[in-house]
Design a protein around this ligand. Structure first.
Ligand SMILES: [Zn+2]
Length: 247
């Protein structure tokens, strides 16, 4: 069963791997294994570099196909044989922190606002993320006031772990699948990946996260806006990144 699970989930610390080129076209390659997160669920795709005996090129995007995941390169090259695939570690770390931050925000809102669900999420390369919640009639000041609680969770350094449950089981528990747009597709065996923050939250998710909440920069609540009659958009940012003004 493990073979159908993503390499970046099974080996989250393997950011540089040797791989074999299965197929290549000018500016794109298929690899027998890959450490890259191809994006999805509001998390931006990894960046990085592919190196081979006679050259290297930046990995600038991904394109899924029936054959596998095409790695799109910055140059019109066609590498063959053995290559080294290296994920941009700083960018991955930024996404892991932001992604974990969105789970913490999501967990607190789910608890404080009567099981409110997420309608959208998008992380940004400037160190911010926005989340939309189905929160008709919510008091925006109460949402802004969550900032100290977010940082309390960061300070508690809660363990973040993942596991798999059957799709039926995931569907039967309210809140385990917070959003259709964010939940990952099930594996071919019908299993859904669940990410758990110890004592705080469990939800279906296919992204990459910290190993514990204490690995994050402090979080700021930048803005709370109304989006239509039902939705609230909350923008958070990691302190020390461009999106978060210094205080
Ligand atoms: Zn997640």
């Amino acid at each position: 069963m493990a073979a159908t699970r993503s390499f970046y989930h099974e080996h989250p610390h393997a950011l540089v791997v040797e791989a074999e080129v299965l197929d290549a076209r000018p500016g794109r390659v298929l690899l027998d294994r890959s450490p890259f997160y191809p994006g999805g669920g509001g998390q931006l795709a990894d960046r990085g570099v592919l190196r081979w005996e006679t050259g290297e090129s930046s990995v600038v995007g991904f394109e899924p196909s029936e054959l596998g995941l095409w790695h799109l390169l910055a140059d019109q090259v066609e590498p063959a044989g053995r290559v080294q695939a290296a994920v941009d570690e700083r960018f991955r770390q930024l996404m892991r922190e932001l992604h974990t931050g969105t789970h913490v925000l999501n967990a607190l809102i789910f608890r404080r606002f009567d099981g409110a669900l997420v309608t959208g999420v998008q992380m940004q390369e400037d160190g911010s993320a926005r989340m939309d919640f189905d929160l008709p009639g919510a008091d925006n000041d109460r949402l802004r006031a969550l900032e100290p609680e977010l940082n309390d969770v960061v300070g508690q350094d809660l363990r973040v772990a993942d596991g798999y449950v059957a799709l039926e089981e995931a569907r039967s528990q309210h809140g385990l699948i917070r959003s259709r747009s964010v939940a990952p597709p099930p594996t071919p065996e019908g299993m859904v990946r669940i990410v758990e923050i110890a004592g705080l939250d469990r939800q279906a998710c296919g992204g990459t996260h910290l190993a514990s909440t204490g690995g994050s920069h402090p979080l700021r609540v930048l803005k709370v806006e109304n989006k239509g009659r039902h939705n609230r958009r909350v923008r958070i940012a990691l302190a020390g990144f461009p999106a978060a003004p210094a205080r």
